[in-house]
Design a protein around this ligand. Structure first.
Ligand code: SAH
Ligand code: CA
Length: 212
């Protein structure tokens, strides 16, 4: 579901720095060859993530849910010199493709890409993060928040994707299980006193939280 009309979406994208050729290629290849290509962040959200990263100038970024590496490459653009982006995904089938894109983008040395269940990997990361992007299995969003909150520097950001769940968070009548998960996550984040939050109505909804 799109929250903006097709016309406005086009206008917004036409007035946003274009995707690099490499990101265009990754976008196309994901749509041509990979299951569920809608999961890829895409042009506008990619530029937003890049901009957040440039504003924060993070030393360390954690991404939960690499998929084909699009959002990782976008966020790596804003890393400070010597900074590192850790990105985790449970799906080993995409590893070869993802590594080749990280290499082609020239970010392979800045990215620590780990295959496995994020729930198992995160507790072993002895790193403090300035930016965390939560974008894996929605049922575990709350668990990811719990696992990362003490690993985020004061003033650092946690961003969670797809929190409007195609608009279903305001559906009247029967709420399905996945939507309930998102409703619970959003209200928990909104009420958590360790963070200030703003829900950006961008694409499928980005919950942006700043750790106090
Ligand atoms: N961030 C990407 C899209 C991520 S799609 C982008 O914006 O382009 C969600 C990804 O989460 C999928 O690749 C899926 O394999 C991964 N995932 C799902 N459950 C996971 C888990 N428990 N641990 C790690 N990754 C998981
Ligand atoms: Ca997403």
């Amino acid at each position: 579901m799109d929250f903006l009309s097709e016309e406005l979406q086009r206008y917004v994208e036409e007035h946003t720095t274009p995707e690099t050729e490499l990101l265009q290629k990754l976008n196309r290849e994901t749509h041509a060859k990979v299951m569920k290509p809608r999961m890829l962040s895409g042009h506008l959200q990619g530029r937003i993530l890049s901009t957040f990263s440039h504003m924060i100038k993070p030393e360390n970024i954690l991404e939960i849910g690499t998929y084909t590496g699009y959002s990782a490459i976008c966020m790596a653009e804003g890393l400070r010199d010597g900074g590192k982006l850790y990105t985790l995904d449970i799906n080993e089938e995409l590893e070869t493709m993802v590594r080749s894109y990280f290499k082609e983008a020239g970010v392979e040395d800045k990215i620590d890409y780990r295959i496995g269940n994020a729930l198992d990997i995160i507790p072993g990361l002895n790193v403090m993060f300035d930016l965390v992007f939560i974008d894996a299995d929605k049922v575990n969003y709350s668990n990811y928040f719990d696992l990362v909150i003490d690993k985020v520097n004061a003033g650092g950001f946690i961003v969670a994707d797809n929190v409007l769940w195609s608009g279903k968070v305001v559906n009247e009548g029967k709420t399905d299980k996945d939507t309930q998960v998102m409703l619970d996550f959003n209200s928990r984040m909104h009420n958590d006193e360790r963070v200030e939050n703003v829900l950006f109505p961008v694409r499928d909804g980005l919950m942006v939280m700043r750790k106090l």
